[in-house]
Design a protein around this ligand. Structure first.
Ligand code: ADP
Ligand code: 5GP
Length: 190
């Protein structure tokens, strides 16, 4: 039976990757597989090509757009493209896995519109913008210029929360992870 989609969106630094990683590592029974996106930004920290993203040059990214390879894509930050590859999604759904997306708020709304009831959209909300700054600085993977770009976008992104099926406030991490697990299992088992 083809699987379902779980979409995670949030301002950068809210804790999406941490929560997604918790679910995929600790709950194999959910049969989740991560949709590896393509991006034109450079790898940061320990990121590996083909695991966290497919890292493309801007030229390669534009070629894949004209080849029709993306289910959706956005220029999330000026000069930084991100996109969901159709191939990633189709293969996994057809193999019966549930596909997890970590995408920006617009990508999240577009994927939800595309899959309808076959997708659960989850918005991960930080307790405050000040805490978002602390987390981005604490993560230590972005330049101060990139952190400012991300924070400048956060206010607009927070306004998208009501469009999502579920809002998880990521204040205490254990609570947020447990709550996300409950919502996702409830949806997948319905
Ligand atoms: P995103 O994927 O949304 O950009 P990350 O998962 O990379 O965010 O989290 C950003 C930083 O905040 C990381 O250093 C992570 O360890 C930390 N973090 C995540 N959730 C919490 C939390 N509830 N409390 C404190 N720090 C957190
Ligand atoms: P980061 O650079 O922190 O990895 O990601 C920046 C933003 O791009 C995050 O909001 C992330 O969810 C989003 N993003 C990652 N992949 C995709 C994608 O395939 N499509 C869209 N629309 N956004 C993405």
């Amino acid at each position: 039976m083809p699987g379902k989609c779980i979409i995670f969106s949030a301002p950068s630094g809210s804790g999406k990757s941490t929560i997604v990683n918790y679910l995929t590592t600790n709950h194999p029974e959910l049969k989740l597989r991560f949709s590896v996106s393509a991006t034109s930004r450079k790898p940061r920290g320990q990121e590996q090509d083909g695991v966290h993203y497919y890292f493309l040059t801007e030229e390669e990214f534009r070629r894949r757009i004209s080849d029709g390879d993306f289910l959706e894509y956005e220029e999330v930050y000026a000069g930084c493209f991100y996109g969901t590859l159709k191939s990633q999604v189709e293969e996994k759904l057809n193999a019966g896995y549930n596909v997890v997306f970590d995408v920006d708020v617009e990508g999240g709304c577009n994927i939800k519109k595309f899959f309808g009831e076959k997708a659960l959209s989850v918005f991960v909300q930080p307790p405050s913008v000040e805490e978002l700054r602390r987390r981005l600085e604490g993560r230590g993977t972005d330049s101060s210029q990139m952190i400012e770009k991300r924070l400048a976008k956060a206010e607009q992104e927070l306004a998208y929360a009501p469009r999502f099926d579920v809002i998880i406030v990521n204040d205490d991490l254990d609570t947020a992870q447990q709550e996300t697990f409950e919502k996702v299992s409830e949806y997948l088992n319905a």
